[in-house]
Design a protein. Structure first.
Lengths: 406, 78
């Protein structure tokens, strides 16, 4: 029955099929389009997935060495083109695609990676405007973190020098492309913070392809910028290039030259500002002086100052007037006093002893001239003098009768 | 030289204050005149700072002790 047909072991058959497939030129260098599904990353670092279209599917494996070069995170449902070769896995007797690379359909892989990192960091709040620090208006020292070669650094130094030569510039040279670039840029940002070497950081590079600018889309760079206590200006490429660094930085400049313009004031503008202050100050002083002069003039126009004698005349008139009033008052007072005097005099008169005498009484005086008020004062034979209203009589006491003797 | 910058920023702030005071015009003349003099001196000093400023550029290297070392910056392009 068998004839000349050899009997093969399973292993021999699988190996035979593998040899056939491996010898096929087309199968050795394939590009296959499909949709990713059942994507799994094993702890070994190998990626396993199925590539499918509407009708069939293909098992794929991507070894760690190739997978580590992926710049985006493959996701189920993604339309991709997969590169690689078909071979047989003898243990399972199944053919599969040994994948060397995956390219997202439509947009480039870098674009996908960019969008993915952007979404992730945005969700974490790394682009939050509230976290952005204000730039110092007059930075003392600026740290430039970029390549020491290339036009960008020279443009920045030149523009900074023209605009504001008072600011010291410290260059921290780093590589800005290649695998070493992201850790070097991130490290320089951390170093500048650790030693507080500046109060403003500019990091970036001149224009280039998306691959050239890729270091500024690196998560490590983004996190270093976010963690920086020193404000950071991101200045990558040309105007339309936007990188993750631009989103995280406190300020995005469209180009390195633009960063230098943003970083420092323009000394011409400041000089203009100083001139403005000078003019305003001068005008304010002149205005004040003019106002004071005007007040002075208005004083000078008053008659008191223009004609001093007028004031004296006025005062003299007022003095005369006062004197008149004083005199009148004095007269009134005198007249009042006079009346009072007359009243007083007439009442005095009523009580006068002379008036008593006029009514027929007499006053007796002894020799000493004292008024005799009692008979007891007298002795017989003593002389008396009697005063009448119209004269006097000298008398001698003939007899003394006192009390009941009377 | 770092103090220069502080001075500059502070000088501008002080100038602004002085000019506002003067423009209010409610100060006695003597005070106005001394403010005006202070302002003029500040303006002269700031102008001189800008005129005399010379840009300093250095390149930083991490020293063996990790401390920053400043080196003269030479044009790597030429």
């Amino acid at each position: 029955m068998n004839g000349e047909r050899p009997i093969l072991s399973v292993t021999q058959l699988n190996e035979h099929i593998r040899d056939l497939l491996d010898a096929d030129l087309l199968l050795n260098d394939l590009c296959v389009r499909g949709e990713l599904s059942n994507y799994k990353i094993y702890p070994s670092g190998h990626h396993y997935f199925t590539l499918k279209d509407s009708e069939s599917s293909l098992r794929c494996v991507m070894f760690k060495s190739s997978a580590s070069k992926l710049r985006f995170r493959p996701e189920n449902g993604m339309s991709v083109t997969v590169f690689g070769r078909i071979s047989v896995y003898p243990r399972d007797g199944a053919y599969q695609l040994y994948c060397s690379g995956i390219m997202p359909e439509g947009v480039g892989d870098l674009q996908i990676a960019f969008e993915q990192l952007k979404q992730k960091l945005a969700a974490e709040g790394l682009f939050d405007p509230a976290h952005k620090k204000p730039l110092p208006p007059f930075p003392r020292t600026i740290a430039i973190i970029t390549s020491s070669a290339g036009a960008a650094v020279h443009d920045m130094i030149r523009i900074l020098g023209h605009r504001w030569p008072l600011t010291k510039v410290i260059l921290l040279p780093v590589r800005v492309q290649g695998v070493e670039a992201p850790p070097e840029i991130a490290g320089a940002i951390r170093y500048a913070n650790e030693f507080e070497i500046a109060d403003l950081i500019i990091t970036g590079r001149g224009g280039g392809s998306i691959e050239d600018l890729w270091a500024f889309n690196d998560e490590r760079v983004a996190r270093a910028i976010y963690a920086s206590r020193i404000p950071v200006i991101s200045a990558v490429g040309h105007e339309p290039d936007v990188t993750i660094s631009d989103y995280v930085a406190d300020c995005r400049a469209s180009t390195p030259s633009n960063a230098a313009e943003i970083a420092v004031p323009d000394q011409n503008e400041v000089a203009e500002l100083l001139r403005g202050y000078e003019i305003r100050g001068g005008q304010a002083i002149h205005k004040q002086l003019a106002q004071l002069r005007e007040r002075l003039n208005s004083f000078q126009q008053k008659r008191v100052l223009t004609d001093p004698s007028a004031s004296i005349d006025n005062r003299r008139i007022s003095l005369d007037y006062s004197r008149d009033r004083l005199c009148a008052a004095q007269e009134r007072i005198l007249a009042g006093k006079q009346q009072a005097y007359v009243r007083l005099a007439s009442s005095l008169d009523a009580m006068s002893p002379l008036r008593v005498l006029a009514r027929g009484y007499a006053v007796a005086e002894d020799d000493a001239g004292d008024t005799v008020k009692s008979a007891g004062q007298l002795r017989k034979g003593e002389r008396l003098r009697l005063h009448f209203a119209d004269g006097r009589a000298d008398c001698r006491v003939e007899e003394l009768l006192t009390g009941e003797q009377k | 030289m770092n103090e220069h910058q502080e001075t500059f920023e502070q000088s501008l702030a002080r100038l602004d204050e002085i000019v506002r005071h003067l423009e209010k015009g409610d100060l006695p003349l003597n005070d106005s005149l001394s403010l005006f003099e202070e302002g003029t001196a500040l303006i002269r000093r700031c102008g001189a700072m800008l005129d005399e400023a010379e840009q300093k550029v250095v390149k930083l290297r991490k020293g063996p002790d990790r401390q920053p070392q400043e080196l003269p910056f030479e044009d790597d392009n030429q």
